[in-house]
Design a protein around this ligand. Structure first.
Ligand code: SF4
Length: 110
């Protein structure tokens, strides 16, 4: 009884990876600490990749930020008459494909 107590107190007996059964290598089975690391790290990595993808998607589409619409704005202002328009469907400010008949708050007379 006293030897079991001594093993527990010294940390050699229970769950610290220091005890080895005969024929069992330390690399055969992950320790509890290694298993916990995997459980914590893998979802964290997956989350960071998801956030990165969302940031890229947001940066690649700023139509909402500039209140872009596919129809002309006040006074018939449209992309085709804006200095930022690049034919046939591009813009130097708003990203992605736009319509020549569209409009956004960055409109500037050509
Ligand atoms: S800045 Fe706005 S209005 Fe001008 S071309 Fe780009 S999307 Fe159209």
């Amino acid at each position: 009884m006293s030897s079991l107590y001594a093993e527990k107190r010294s940390g050699r007996g229970v769950g610290h990876g220091a005890s080895k059964s005969p024929g069992m290598e330390a690399s055969d089975k992950p320790t509890r600490r290694e298993a916990l690391k995997r459980i914590v790290i893998l979802p964290a990595l997956a989350g960071s990749f998801a956030l990165g993808a969302a940031a890229v998607a947001q940066a690649s589409d700023n139509k909402k930020q500039f209140h872009y619409q596919d129809k002309p704005g006040p006074g018939g202002k449209n992309c085709a008459r804006c200095r930022s328009f690049r034919a046939p469907s591009g813009c130097t400010i708003v990203t992605g494909k736009i319509s020549p008949d569209g409009f956004c708050i960055a409109w500037a007379k050509r």
